[in-house]
Design a protein around this ligand. Structure first.
Ligand code: GLU
Length: 317
């Protein structure tokens, strides 16, 4: 088998949360258990939400957890792994898609989009109905006078399927279940879908492991890989972490960020707890990330959301 390359791809818009730590731990264990390497990409596309200071904290927290990487990081290679520094590359590929005739400007306002869109079956996403798909050159020129357009990628009426490392077969008809999607925002910032797929391709990533809130992004990303002529990576999605009462964690749960937890617990306590609730150990015990490598097995990881133990974070288990 060829060399496995996994990745961490945090968005540095805040401190690292326990849920991010779980995703990074599983991504790292999956790659390392196959003798693979890991890269660290900085998803700081949105300049208003991201900061390199946060990224440096995240790197320190990954180190604290015992999760290392072989390439990448905010200050490595003159910041070449930061998406905020890669917009020329994205432009080059965006132009390729334009030349293929697959990209068009969209002038719809948020309100128009909501009014005209059918909600997606389960995840509340809106399906774009193609309102701006066939505008004439005159209409585009006219609309451009008052509004900067976002740019959408036309999707085919075709099913995109893949076999998720954890959830198994997953199929989506892009035109019925997603619609043409934005690859560049009106302010010129490239969209996550384009940047993530392109960077996974250009950085040689063979395995993408992340939270299952991104499961439904994978067909779009696979389709972008196909358009750019890359072999898509394998995808493995993991359940989300919730509070002990099942509530979704949010950034407001400040006591669950790694920095706060690191004042109370040792890394092998936190990693041992994560390994245990992720199903890798039957009983809670302190564990380093390295010690979990031989225990890693996708089959042990639950399919449903993973709840934090009662009384956490005052008590660990
Ligand atoms: N940057 C995303 C996040 O921090 C992850 C994207 C991905 O793994 O594809 O949630």
């Amino acid at each position: 088998m060829s060399q496995v390359i996994g990745r961490f791809a945090p968005t540095p818009s805040g401190r690292m949360h326990l849920g991010n730590a779980l995703s990074c731990l599983i991504a790292w264990l999956s790659a390392r258990s196959q003798g693979g390497s890991v890269i660290l990409r900085v998803e700081d596309l949105d300049p208003e939400r991201s900061s390199w200071e946060y990224m440096r904290d995240i790197e320190a927290e990954l180190h604290w957890l015992g999760l290392d990487w072989d390439a990448g990081g905010v200050d490595a290679d003159d910041h070449a792994w930061c998406q905020s520094r890669r917009s020329e590359i994205y432009t080059e590929y965006f132009e390729q898609l334009r030349e293929m005739g697959l990209v068009y400007p969209c002038f719809c306002s948020r309100a128009q989009l909501h009014a005209a869109s059918a909600p997606h079956r389960s995840d509340g996403r809106f399906i774009y109905q193609g309102t701006c798909r066939n505008l004439s050159a005159e209409e585009i020129a006219e609309k451009s006078k008052t509004r900067l357009p976002a740019w959408r990628l036309q999707v085919p009426d075709r099913e995109v399927s893949f076999c998720d490392l954890h959830y198994g077969d997953y199929t989506e008809n892009l035109s019925e279940e997603c619609g043409d999607f934005i690859i560049r925002r009106a302010d010129g910032v490239y969209a996550y879908q384009l940047a993530a797929a392109l960077d996974d391709g250009l950085m040689g990533v063979t395995e993408v492991v992340r939270g299952n809130d991104l499961l439904s992004s994978s067909p779009r990303q696979i389709w972008l890989h196909e358009l750019f002529g890359f072999a898509p990576p394998r995808y493995g999605h993991i359940p989300l972490l919730t509070a002990s009462d099942g509530r979704r964690l949010s950034k407001r749960d400040g006591d669950l960020d790694i920095e706060t937890l690191s004042k109370r617990y040792r890394p092998e306590e936190v990693v041992g707890m994560l390994g245990h609730i992720a199903g890798l150990t039957e009983e809670y015990r302190t564990m380093t990330a390295k010690e979990l490598i031989p225990l890693f097995d996708w089959k042990k990881i639950p399919m449903e959301d993973i709840r934090l133990p009662d009384g956490f974070p005052e008590r660990l288990v």
